[in-house]
Design a protein around this ligand. Structure first.
Ligand code: DCP
Ligand code: CA
Ligand code: CA
Length: 642
């Protein structure tokens, strides 16, 4: 449910930038011969020419739409060029599009706080940049107004094509406008500059909305496309919302919007003005009521977050109609493929960005054979995320089994799975100490791959209860290709293109990270920068071919299912929370305990590592305290399944 945020003290200047027909532009840049031609990108699927996922503006003129299949598009636009999405792991591989999105973000982030909102969208907070511009050019900003800025669409500004440029210049240079609106004009100039830079450096066009908050900026960015920008002065907000269908508003596309329409006869956002705040609260609760009251007035206090990287990673696929998976073997096969891709992306994120994901979630859609039971959904399941393809596969399988068990209850009937996805969320930076140590665990010359140097195979977040979908709400900024169910789609097996930006609503979990690494990767007999060589060991077999790196073994048994998942991790780990380095069975065994570290050695270590090793000591103490029963987990009984 949406929640109202407090309004900012000072007016903000916010932009929302969205790439035009993004995947098409990426493909056109790869193959410039496609430029200017009606083009569409199609899903990996040969049935009826594949489902269209991105359509160029040239093709849109012929009436080609995203919901169509390639064959259908060819009928209405015979010259259309269809480009297939690249494929990996038997499904769409979106890496080239993600990378292209990152190129754009790098440029857009140059002028202010930047939040990556989806594969092709960002929010920018340009307040400071706009203030600086206004300070530098207080009276009349003519010299900074670019040609691109003069193409802006200013909501509420009446102008015909003959005097358009003149009225825009006047609007930008008004001396009688209040401070807030002057800042907005500066924001529009900055966004025009940024868009021009994006075009120059990446060859991509984008569209943007510029307003005083995220909600209005987002609404505006899609109003004039492609390659245009729209400004929302405060004076135009009322008219904009008066005619805006509720369903077009973010967060009102679903049940809440439908309820407004049917229960309150609210069809446009402006219609909400007929209700007092207490009335809306009476219908929808305090938070949502206030939020509705505020959006009716164009208020939105949500801040632009400083985040250039995705909030989560998800991989999914749909199996419509006869493609439904009906055996655990087939589900496992697909889960393994999805997990493999997820694991690769997590590894890249870890290597490149030093970020770790903490929660693994499995979502599925299912049906029961010959049972019409639309209410009983396959529950989404989450557990702590352990790094390493095999571990992710293993855990995802357990989550699936658990979900299937709940889904079927005591019924012993046939079932089918029509979509599967695995998502890694709750991503955070590795704390400084650990990120520093990573440099010592990797070869300097191979920062990005797992084939050389050490790998963190398993990062486990303990203490997270296994949650069901009821708790793990998914805010979907991503896309799901329609499965065309009712249309009879015999061979279609389309990917659920799960975007990078799904969020699992906060489950109120915060805990320590348990980094452990029972290796399973390729060989790591290089040990050039290992911190381990700084420490004495009971067993001096430092020539061991393969080492794992366990730390802070804070394992608990507070929740039955979690402990099941964790138990795989715990096997062989010390119960006293010592740092222990444990080689796998086939390797030379050697162990290492914190107790073995001579504290005087620490001062001789590089500073970054000193900090981390001291953290181990600290954690070791903490752990022993926790083991005596003081951990917060002891106050809670294991989660009951609903
Ligand atoms: N996408 C997808 N499946 C969907 C919707 C979108 O795979 N159902 C992909 C392809 C799009 C990209 O995400 O190119 C961005 O989606 P947008 O909704 O922003 O649409 P476009 O960028 O293609 O077009 P527009 O110019 O309307 O923004
Ligand atoms: Ca777009
Ligand atoms: Ca978009």
């Amino acid at each position: 449910m949406p929640i109202a945020r407090p309004e900012p003290q000072e007016p903000r200047v916010i932009a929302h930038v969205d790439m035009d027909c993004f995947y098409v532009q990426v493909e056109q840049r790869r193959n410039p011969e496609l430029r200017g031609l009606p083009t569409a990108v199609v899903q990996y699927n040969s049935w009826k020419g594949g489902g269209l996922i991105a359509v160029s503006y040239e093709a849109r003129k012929f009436g080609v739409k995203r919901s169509m299949r390639g064959d259908e598009a060819k009928k209405i636009c015979p010259s259309i060029q269809l480009v297939q999405v690249p494929v990996a792991h038997g499904k769409a591989d979106l890496n080239i599009y993600r990378a292209a999105g990152s190129e754009v973000i790098e440029i857009l982030a140059m002028r202010g706080k930047c939040e990556r909102a989806s594969i092709d969208e960002v929010y920018l907070d340009l307040t400071d940049a706009a203030k600086s511009m206004l300070l530098e050019t207080p009276s009349g900003m003519l010299e900074s107004i670019t040609e691109e800025a003069l193409k802006s669409n200013i909501l509420g500004l009446s102008s015909d094509s003959n005097n358009r440029e003149r009225s825009l210049i006047e609007w930008f240079c008004r001396t009688d406008a209040d401070h807030q609106e002057k800042l907005l004009a500066c924001g529009a100039i900055i966004v025009a500059q940024l868009r021009a830079k994006v075009l120059e450096e990446t060859k991509f066009t984008c569209s943007a909305g510029i307003a005083h908050n995220k909600m209005l900026a987002k609404l505006a960015s899609s109003m004039h496309k492609p390659a245009q920008q729209t400004v929302v002065p405060s004076s135009s907000v009322k008219d904009l919302l008066a005619s805006l269908p509720v369903k077009k508003m973010k967060q009102l596309g679903g049940k809440l919007g439908s309820s407004l329409q049917t229960d309150l006869r609210v069809n446009t956002v402006g219609d909400l003005l007929n209700f007092t705040e207490p009335k809306l609260q009476e219908y929808y609760g305090i938070n949502t009521g206030t939020w509705l009251w505020k959006i009716a007035r164009g208020f939105c206090g949500e801040e632009v977050k400083d985040r250039l990287l995705p909030k989560s990673h998800g991989c999914g696929k749909t199996f419509p109609g006869p493609q439904a998976l009906r055996t655990t073997v087939s589900v496992r096969n697909w889960l393994n493929q999805l997990c493999e891709e997820l694991s690769e992306r997590l590894q890249v994120d870890l290597n490149q960005n030093k970020r770790v994901a903490h929660t693994l979630t499995l979502h599925a859609s299912a049906f029961k054979e010959n049972v019409i039971d639309f209410h009983w959904k396959f529950p989404s399941k989450s557990c702590p995320l352990r790094y390493g393809t095999l571990k992710i596969q293993e855990d995802a399988t357990k989550l699936f089994d658990s979900g299937l068990h709940d889904f079927l209850g005591s019924q012993n009937i046939s079932w089918g799975i029509t979509s599967l996805s695995v998502t890694a969320s709750k991503i955070s930076d590795i704390p400084n100490g650990r990120s520093s140590i990573l440099r010592f665990l990797h070869c300097n010359d191979s920062p990005s791959t797992s084939s050389e140097g050490y790998e963190y195979d398993s990062l486990v977040l303990n203490d997270i209860p296994l949650t069901t979908g009821n708790d793990a709400h998914l805010e979907n900024d991503g896309y799901m290709i329609s499965t065309q169910k009712g249309k009879g789609c015999p061979f279609a097996s389309e990917e659920k293109v799960v975007e990078d930006h799904k969020t699992i609503a906060d489950q109120g979990i915060s805990t320590d990270i348990n980094i452990s690494g029972a290796s399973q990767g390729k060989m790591r007999n290089k040990e050039p920068y290992s911190i381990l060589k700084f420490f004495p060991s009971r067993d001096s077999s430092f020539s061991t071919r393969k080492r794992s790196f366990d730390s802070l073994g804070q394992v608990h048994s507070g929740c039955d299912k979690v402990s099941k998942v964790n138990s795989m991790e715990q096997e062989g780990t010390p119960s006293d929370g010592n740092v222990q380095h444990r080689a796998s069975e086939q390797c030379d065994q050697w162990t290492f305990s914190i107790a073995d570290i001579d504290p005087s050695v620490i001062d001789e270590l590089p500073l970054e590592i000193q900090k981390e090793v001291r953290g181990w000591f600290h954690a070791s103490k903490q752990t022993s305290i926790n083991r005596r029963g003081s951990s917060i987990i002891h106050y809670f009984s294991p989660m009951k399944k609903s």
